[in-house]
Write a protein that binds this ligand. Structure first.
Ligand code: AMP
Length: 124
């Protein structure tokens, strides 16, 4: 899938649409999801143009990969979800492609928590 630079997260990165930022580093941006599924629901996105985890994994630089991973860890701490920050834990989700119901075609990781999140995924 080719990257569509008109997607909503690309617009957030360009400052064309506002977001509720909670963390930023050289390669990643984290902001609150507009439609939270739990008391804490934050999205972490790379600043580079990647569609999915497999695109990011195959094509991002080592600096982007390490900085992105660190950003996710920082968000888990900043939000107080991480057990290392006194919290009760969190779940990371990344949806890639149609069967995962990916809505926004810019790679992102959901950091979700603040309540018991139940089963990982519903069975058929
Ligand atoms: P996904 O289905 O994994 O692609 O998830 C996309 C997520 O982006 C959803 O949870 C939406 O609520 C969220 N979202 C869409 N537009 C915005 C926006 N402008 N600001 C913050 N989150 C958004």
């Amino acid at each position: 899938m080719t990257y569509d630079s008109d997607n909503i997260f690309a617009k957030i990165l360009r400052g064309e649409i506002p977001s509720k930022k909670i963390f930023e580093n050289e390669v990643a941006l984290a902001f609150h999801d507009i439609n939270p599924m739990a008391p804490v629901h934050v999205l972490v996105i790379p600043k580079g143009a990647y569609v999915s985890h497999d695109d990011f994994s195959a094509n991002a630089s080592q600096n982007e990969k390490s900085g992105f991973t660190e950003a996710v860890g920082e968000v888990a701490k900043i939000t107080g979800l991480a057990q290392s920050a006194g919290g009760q834990g969190y779940r990371l989700i990344t949806n890639s492609g149609p069967e995962a119901n990916q809505e926004v075609p810019h790679y992102h990781v959901h950091v979700i928590g603040g309540r018991n999140l139940g089963v990982m995924v519903g069975k058929i």
